[in-house]
Design a protein around this ligand. Structure first.
Ligand SMILES: [Zn+2]
Length: 434
């Protein structure tokens, strides 16, 4: 345990150093942006025993305010580059002006420490020399999800502003307070990704969410929010997307060799709030929390760079690999007994109905039980080997279906595409959704 903490702390330190040392970038003076009402006092929110579940109740009771995006495409995302006219314009963000063909590192600050010191986090911006849409990449909305932090850094430092159509805004660490403590949550144990688009008069989480949404997200034309599995679980690199939205489908098709899982985003997630505001958004999940996994990082970077080429923001990028299957349904296989979970499959394994996924052994009486797959499909997420309680979600199976999903029938209001089997609230208790 101590060792793990140590490794995690070292990874955080390494990332912080990388971000500080990002040479070659014009560094605009610290542009601190405060929420409209800066009287946020985090201590007010910690008087009750806010654990993750009560914070969900708080999130549900929270009023969200509508945020109108400053950018809004009036053409489908797929045509955003080809229909862009005229010369590229300076990008105005966080009080700075980024000229076409240049890159800058800005700073966003949503809240303050108890001592009144602003907590700021880097915002990397590349404004292309050619006109086009603004793509946003966000990571570490959950502070312990490190793979995305490194993906954003790599993509943003790899882009040549001279050859870019449109602009890319990258925020490697959205939840900087959680990141510093190696925690998924904000200091008051609220999950930031249940509070978007936020409220300037709400809880600390709602205020941070509102500041982020109005000052950064509202400038985006499309978004990729980067996550990992949670609580000692890892995800096969995958895109989670609401496939009923045509612009979201355009995004999913751009990633090349990446599994796609249809999922309706929960209210309060960045993906939900952005899409509701007319900014198509997907979640890229890769690997597990509290670790830097180079294979997953490289997979994600390749997917994002393929996307940038696919929507025409960079020319001459070849499509990467053959497309992976789309899963319209998925289900978590749960432990029925407590004990030591040892997996017999790995991430990406293809399974058939009845296949052995893993065993659980009771360390006291040596009783052993088996976990078998109720479905044919693929392992798209799984728990690391650990001690589990009955009910623990252990294996996430993307279910192979033969029938083609029917198109969404807007008349009926109910989507014909099957939802994930787990209800949103069930997902939340285990922290399994983004
Ligand atoms: Zn997450």
């Amino acid at each position: 345990m101590t060792n793990q903490r140590h490794k995690s702390a070292l990874s955080h330190l390494a990332i912080a150093l990388l971000l500080i040392a990002s040479g070659g970038w014009a560094h605009a003076g610290e542009v601190a942006v405060d929420p409209a009402d800066n009287g946020a006092d985090i201590r007010d929110d910690t008087t009750e025993d806010a654990d993750s579940r009560s914070s969900e109740v708080a999130a549900a009771a929270e009023d969200f305010v509508e945020v109108v995006p400053e950018h809004s495409l009036d053409v489908p995302l797929a045509e955003a580059v080809t229909t862009a006219e005229g010369l590229a314009e300076p990008l105005l963000l966080l009080g700075a002006e980024i000229a076409p063909g240049t890159s800058q590192r800005l700073s966003w600050s949503a809240t303050e420490l108890f001592e009144g010191v602003p907590v700021s986090t880097p915002v990397l911006v590349v404004n292309g020399a050619l006109p086009g849409p603004t793509l946003c990449l966000t990571a570490a909305v959950h502070g312990d999800e490190l793979n995305g932090v490194e993906m954003v850094r790599r993509v943003l430092h790899d882009i040549n502003a001279e050859k870019l159509s449109g602009s890319i805004i990258g925020v490697p660490i959205v939840n900087v307070q959680g990141f510093r403590r190696g925690s998924r949550y904000l200091p008051d144990r609220r999950d930031l990704n249940r509070y978007f688009p936020g409220n300037p008069k709400g809880s600390a989480a709602a205020r941070i969410a509102h500041s982020f949404f109005t000052h950064i997200v509202a400038h985006c034309d499309a978004m990729v929010d980067l996550h990992t599995g949670s609580f000692e679980r890892a995800n096969l690199p995958q895109i989670r997307a609401d496939l009923r939205n045509p612009d979201v489908v355009t995004l999913t098709q751009g990633f090349g060799s990446m599994v796609i899982l249809h999922s309706t985003p929960s209210v309060g997630t960045l993906r939900h709030a952005a899409t509701e505001a007319g900014i198509p958004a997907v979640t890229l999940e890769a690997g597990g929390p509290s670790q830097l996994e180079l294979t997953e990082v490289k997979h994600g970077v390749k997917g994002i760079e393929t996307l940038i080429g696919a929507i025409g923001m960079i020319r001459k990028r070849r499509m990467w690999g053959s497309p992976e299957p789309v899963y319209y349904r998925s289900s978590w296989v749960r432990a029925d007994s407590g004990g030591i979970l040892l997996a017999d499959v790995s991430l990406g394994s293809t399974v058939r109905e009845g296949d052995l996924l893993g065993t659980i052994t009771d360390p006291m009486n040596n009783a052993r039980s088996e976990l078998r797959s109720p479905y044919s499909g693929r392992i798209i997420g799984m728990a690391r080997n650990q001690v589990v309680m009955p009910g623990f979600a252990a294996f996430h199976v993307g279910i192979t279906t033969t029938e083609t999903p029917v198109e969404d029938d807007a008349q009926q209001g109910e989507p014909a595409i099957a939802h994930e089997e787990e209800s949103a609230s069930d997902d939340y208790v285990d922290g399994m959704s983004e």
